[in-house]
Design a protein around this ligand. Structure first.
Ligand code: MN
Length: 192
């Protein structure tokens, strides 16, 4: 996948008039944002998204992020999402692409720490090159995380760096299920 496709793939997969998801028409304020959405679709996963220019570059992480630097979490690089997707939570109707429930599991800002031979690498280049290092300032997650592409396909690994945000005991992906926006869980949206 190239960075040039922007939102074409996002729109091609969905009937936005039925799904209730954002179309990408609305501009959101400045700043490098990140969001992680807990998405209970046919399979539970966490969508890890980093703002890069005017889209959210996205990975689906089946087990969610870990704070233990010895854990390597599979992260499937998926299509870019519109910026206003960062506030989306609710229920995507069954039968639609990604049908199920979405909560904003964590959100905040990030800093790009990616370097190559001691020189800073811009985010878009880092994604193209298959190696991204970011510092997250979220509510559940803080500290450095590295995303590294494993081969030619879309499979990456998400790994916590060993810094003050690392924690081998706390497992927020298992124990803190609620939205940082609404306090609601996927089950709350499924039940409504
Ligand atoms: Mn998803």
């Amino acid at each position: 996948m190239t960075r040039g496709d922007k939102l074409d793939r996002y729109r091609a997969k969905r009937d936005l008039s039925k799904s209730g998801e954002p179309s990408g028409g609305r501009k959101v304020g400045k700043g490098d944002r990140f969001v992680i959405q807990r998405h209970k679709a046919s399979r539970l996963h966490f969508d890890f998204r980093l703002q890069v220019e005017d889209v959210l570059v996205s990975w689906a992480v089946p087990k969610g992020p870990s704070l233990d630097p010895s854990d390597k979490r599979l992260a499937i690089h998926t299509e870019d999402h519109p910026l206003d997707y960062a506030e989306f939570e609710g229920r995507i109707p069954e039968g639609e692409y990604g049908g199920g429930t979405v909560v904003v599991w964590d959100a905040g800002t990030y800093r790009n720490l990616t370097e190559k031979r001691g020189k800073a690498v811009p985010m878009a280049d880092a994604v193209d090159h298959g190696h991204v290092v970011v510092w997250l300032d979220g509510e559940k997650l803080t500290g450095g995380f590295a995303l590294s592409r494993m081969g030619e396909d879309e499979e990456w690994l998400l790994v916590k760096l060993d810094d003050e945000g690392a924690d081998r005991r706390r497992k927020p992906a298992k124990t803190q299920l609620e939205s940082v926006l609404s306090g609601r869980t996927n089950q709350d949206f499924a039940d409504q």
